[in-house]
Ligand binder design. Sequence first.
Ligand code: HEC
Length: 110
Amino acid sequence: MKAIIRKVLAIGAALAMAAVLTTSAVAQGGADLYKTKCASCHGADGTATAIGTKMGAKNFSDPDVAKNTDAAWTDITTNGKNKMPAYKGKLTDDQIKDLIKFVRSLATKK
Ligand code: HEC
């Protein structure tokens, strides 16, 4: 009987841990990641900052930019392009996916 209780407690602890890990992954989702990693050049709302503009970044809602596919954006974010830094190895594929989803929401907002 004791062994069963111990097992149940162990499973409970594992589940609680998994829940904590999942929550922190969500908290670091697209919007948060964007704020910390991308907004300095691309602006909080997708309008390029002065620094970003100087480097050649355009507004995400610019029709010439917004017409690009998610796949193209994923490639640019992963591998970089000109002054746009590459995030390969710094962000996971899932994080980049969340980011592109968020960038798309900025691009189509206006
Ligand atoms: C140091 C400044 C800087 C940071 C930080 C930065 N970018 Fe960029 N980004 C640029 C520049 C400059 C370009 C334009 C590249 C070009 O076309 O020459 C660009 C282009 C892009 C494009 C392609 C837009 C298009 O033309 O279709 C995407 C998507 C993008 N960035 C996403 C991101 C994401 C996501 C992050 C954060 C993980 C990020 N960027 C962080 C500077 C930056």
